[in-house]
Structures are given as structure tokens and as C-alpha cells.
Design a protein around this ligand. Structure first.
Ligand code: 5GP
Ligand code: MN
Ligand code: MN
Length: 477
């Protein structure tokens, strides 16, 4: 299928509108010549399918970490006109506001390395993880409604973190327009016991070392320097978000029929942005997003506690930034020279706003939004900054990770978790997981090469490399 793509410039591949019937705009896939060889034809088809949706602007896009997802590809970015366009749960994903945050510590790698086993055990103990894991505390329905409404702020107001944390979250960790009344009882029941849990599989806590700085000035603004220890937290909205997505996929299937939207794939179910169904979904999705921000905030607090307890002093760990990589948002962008309000879907994609945008925290406004991109438990991860080029090319978006190249089932068949663990340990990386199978599913080789993926987004200029982080110890969900 890749031969049907037209290379229009370095690392930009176009899916022409005659690739399949009904495409309103072309597709743009951002990949290097080397990465395109591994591109699944299903991911091209999905990118093309998204282009058939009403009101889509400019291009249906796929970042270099693209792979097959539910309806929309993972790594997909699609923006819709607020009057003629749609919103689709498939364009957000099941783990609403799955995202990453990065804490920068005052510790240096040399201080931490001798204690890495103890420290990762402490983190593993401090944060419940694994499929369906339950939290160390319970919220009642009224508290849960507050979590849905106010996100990370609820956590901070209840003693989990400090005010400055909120300034360093996308949306300040509190997405406006959330309405707990639009969240089903089933979603609330799943959400209540899981607040303050990591989840399973791909989610992780990672102790890292800043190995290399590419841009001294921007790194300084982000508070990063070589040799420093950081902690990366990757998790989302747990069962609550999953249930919200499940509920609204059904609503949207009916809505698509009701409003006469032709679906080339049932998983693209959506509703016109002006419809009550769309408004309900957005209000519920925002609630799910806020749950995820509260979740990452609570977990951060436990991470700080664990470090301080271990070192028997107050170890300072400031939040660099927290990004969502599964979300739909209303943003202003320029289309053909005109400023327009758009609903931007980022599904396995990260917002990467340029310097000057009012959404970027004051502390970073001159250098651009921090972008946090995990690689794998055995490779580097990156911090980048948003750029003006990204605003122009990708509605201020970039990739969200390396992206899978091997399915979970294939990994379980081919890879032995204990072997991966042993090899990583030889390289000095400690991995802690509930079972070896969890390590096999997430082995470094199931992901694309992160350095190559980052080279694409950096080369295109849709976000700029700032720092390279390498793992010291990883706790997997
Ligand atoms: P996703 O949100 O799609 O599940 O994962 C985002 C990205 O996280 C993946 O594409 C992969 O590159 C990265 N990733 C998965 N597991 C780990 C890990 O244990 N450590 C780090 N640093 N990155 C990971
Ligand atoms: Mn997730
Ligand atoms: Mn994620």
C-alpha cells in the first residue's frame, strides 16, 4: 500500500484524495524512508478513512509513531471545523487523556544509581499498578464528581501536590466544560476505586537520567541539565475513561445514523459538533480527562513522598510539564490565512504549541511548550519544545512515543520477559513488573526506534529536541 503514497517532501508522504472514495482532504503521513518500510497498510487506510469525515481541515495526519488503532490510527491528528465538522470518540481513544508527565529532581544520577533497586521498589510499593488495580484510598460519589469537574486541582486542594504543579499541566490539569452528569453510573463505579493507580501494560513510572541536552537555553527554561535525575509518569483515566468511551461509541453510532453521516468504518462513529450528542460526549470526555490529570497528580505526590522518605529529607521534585496524548480540544488555528476555531483530535499525538501561545505556561512562553515523548524501557525518551512550524504544519502537534511495531500477542509468543529483564539489567536498567509477561509485551523491540521517530519530528521542525533521557529503573503496570 505504501507505493500508493506520494512523497511530497522530505519525510512527508501524501495519501491522494483518490486513494479511496469519499476523501474530503488528502492524508499526510510523516515518516522517514526507513520507517515507511514498516508502515502497516491498515494504518494508511485508517488515515484515509479519517479524511472522509465531514468538516475535516487541510489533511488527515499521522505522526511517525503511527500504527493501527480503533477507527483512527494511533499517532493520528485531525482537526474539524466547529460548524461543519464532527467529534469522534475513536479520534480520542479509550484511555481518555492518557498522558505523560515529567518531574525534575534535585538529585544527580550518581546519587541515585547505587539506590536504584530500593528506589524503584519504593515507587512500586507507593503506587498501585496492574490491571484493575485498586487504590489506597476511596472517593465517594460527591468527591468523584469534583475530580471530574476540576481534575488536578482537586488533588492539590486535597493535599496531593502544590499549586505550581497546576500551572505546569496542559489545560492547567483542569479541562473546562466537564460535566459529571454526562458520565454513566458504570463509568463512575469503575472510576471510584481506581483513582491513584497506574494501570497495566504500557503505563509506567521511570527513573531517568538526563543524558544529553540539545538546546541549552530551552533546557534551562525547563529546569533540565545533564546528569540530573527525572521521573516520568505515564498513565491515564483507567476504567472511568474506558467506560466513558465505550458508552459514547454507542451514542455516536446512533448519532451517525441520525445525522446521515456516511461511515467508511463503523469505528469512526461521530456526531456533528453542533449536536447535543457531541456536546454530551465532550462534557464526559473532559470529565475523563480531568480524572486522568487528578490521577497523575496523586501519583506524583506519592513519588515525591517515596523519594523523600528514602533519602530522609525533603527531596525537591518539580513538575516540568504534563501532556495529554489522547484528547479532543477546541483551539484556534490559522487555516488558509484565516484564524478559525477548530476541534483538534489528537489520538496518540501530543500538543506542541509554539512560543507565544497563551496556552503555554508563562515560565515557558518564550521558548515553547514542553513536549514529553517516552521511548521504551530500554531506550531513550525525549523532551522537545513546540514550534511555529508545528502550528503551521500539524495544528501544533507532534508524536507521542515510538509507536508499536509488534502486537501484544506476537510479543508474548516470541519474547521471554525474564530474558528481557536480564538483558536490561546487564545494561544497568532495573525493571520491576507484576509478572514477566508484562515485560515481554513491553520489551524495547516491540516499539519503533525512538531516535529515528524523534529525528523525523525534529527534522520537520514540528517540535525541537531539547533533552534526551535514559532509563535507570522502570516500574511497569
Ligand atoms: P501508549 O500511550 O501508546 O501506550 O504509549 C506511548 C509510548 O510510550 C509508546 O509508543 C512507547 O514508545 C513508550 N513506552 C512504552 N513503555 C515504555 C516504558 O516502559 N518506558 C518508556 N520510557 N517509554 C515507554
Ligand atoms: Mn493509556
Ligand atoms: Mn499513553
Amino acid at each position: 500500500a505504501a507505493d500508493k503514497l506520494k512523497k511530497i517532501s522530505e519525510d512527508v508522504w501524501e495519501i491522494p484524495t483518490d486513494y479511496k472514495p469519499g476523501m474530503n482532504v488528502p492524508g499526510h503521513i510523516f515518516l522517514s524512508d526507513r520507517l515507511i518500510e514498516g508502515l502497516e497498510s491498515g494504518a494508511i487506510d485508517q488515515t484515509a478513512n479519517v479524511a472522509t469525515l465531514p468538516g475535516i481541515q487541510r489533511y488527515s495526519m499521522a505522526m511517525p509513531d503511527v500504527h493501527i488503532g480503533y477507527g483512527f490510527p494511533i499517532g493520528g491528528v485531525a482537526a474539524f471545523d466547529t460548524e461543519t465538522g464532527v467529534i469522534s470518540p475513536g479520534g480520542v481513544g479509550f484511555d481518555i487523556n492518557c498522558g505523560v508527565r515529567l518531574l525534575r529532581s534535585e538529585l544527580m544520577a550518581d546519587d541515585v544509581k547505587p539506590h536504584k533497586v530500593d528506589l524503584i521498589n519504593a515507587l512500586y510499593e507507593a503506587v498501585p499498578s496492574g490491571l484493575g488495580s485498586e487504590s489506597k484510598f476511596r472517593v465517594n460519589d460527591a468527591q468523584l464528581a469534583e475530580v471530574f469537574r476540576t481534575g488536578a486541582r482537586w488533588a492539590v486542594e486535597n493535599g496531593y501536590g502544590v499549586k505550581a504543579d497546576l500551572e505546569h499541566c496542559e489545560e492547567n490539569g483542569e479541562m473546562k466544560g466537564a460535566d459529571p452528569a454526562k458520565v454513566s453510573k458504570k463509568a463512575r463505579d469503575r472510576g471510584r476505586p481506581q483513582l491513584g493507580t497506574l494501570g497495566s501494560g504500557n503505563h509506567f513510572l521511570e527513573i531517568q537520567k538526563v543524558e544529553k541536552i540539545y538546546d541549552e537555553a530551552v533546557a534551562k527554561a525547563f529546569g533540565l541539565k545533564e546528569g540530573q535525575v527525572t521521573v516520568m509518569i505515564h498513565c491515564g483515566s483507567r476504567g472511568a475513561g474506558h467506560q466513558i468511551c465505550t458508552d459514547y461509541v454507542k451514542t455516536m453510532e446512533q448519532a451517525s445514523r441520525k445525522y446521515g453521516i456516511k461511515l467508511y468504518d463503523r469505528q469512526l462513529a461521530c456526531a456533528p459538533l453542533s449536536s447535543p450528542e457531541a456536546k454530551d460526549y465532550f462534557a464526559a470526555m473532559a470529565a475523563g480527562a480531568n480524572y486522568a490529570w487528578a490521577n497523575r497528580q496523586i501519583i506524583s505526590h506519592w513519588v515525591r513522598e517515596a523519594f523523600s522518605k528514602y533519602y530522609k529529607r525533603d527531596v525537591r521534585m518539580d513538575l516540568v510539564y504534563d501532556v495529554a496524548h489522547n484528547v479532543a480540544k477546541f483551539e484556534e488555528h490559522e487555516v488558509d490565512g484565516v484564524k478559525k476555531a477548530l476541534c483538534v483530535h489528537r489520538k496518540g499525538a501530543t500538543r506542541a504549541f509554539a512560543p507565544g501561545r497563551s496556552e503555554v505556561p508563562v515560565a515557558y512562553r518564550d521558548v515553547g511548550q514542553p513536549v514529553i515523548i517516552p521511548g521504551s524501557m530500554g531506550s531513550a525518551s525525549y523532551v522537545l519544545a513546540g514550534t511555529q512550524r508545528g502550528m503551521e504544519l500539524t495544528f501544533g502537534s507532534t508524536c507521542h512515543g515510538a509507536g508499536r511495531v509488534m502486537s501484544r500477542s506476537a510479543a508474548l509468543k516470541d519474547i521471554r520477559g525474564n530474558e528481557v529483564k536480564r538483558q536490561l539489567l546487564e545494561r544497568g536498567i532495573v525493571v520491576k513488573a507484576p509478572k514477566d509477561a508484562a515485560i515481554a509485551e513491553e520489551a524495547p523491540e516491540v516499539y519503533k526506534e525512538i531516535d529515528e521517530v524523534i529525528a523525523v519530528v525534529d527534522g520537520l521542525g514540528i517540535s525541537k529536541k531539547v533533552a534526551r533521557l535514559v532509563p535507570i529503573a522502570v516500574a511497569k503496570g
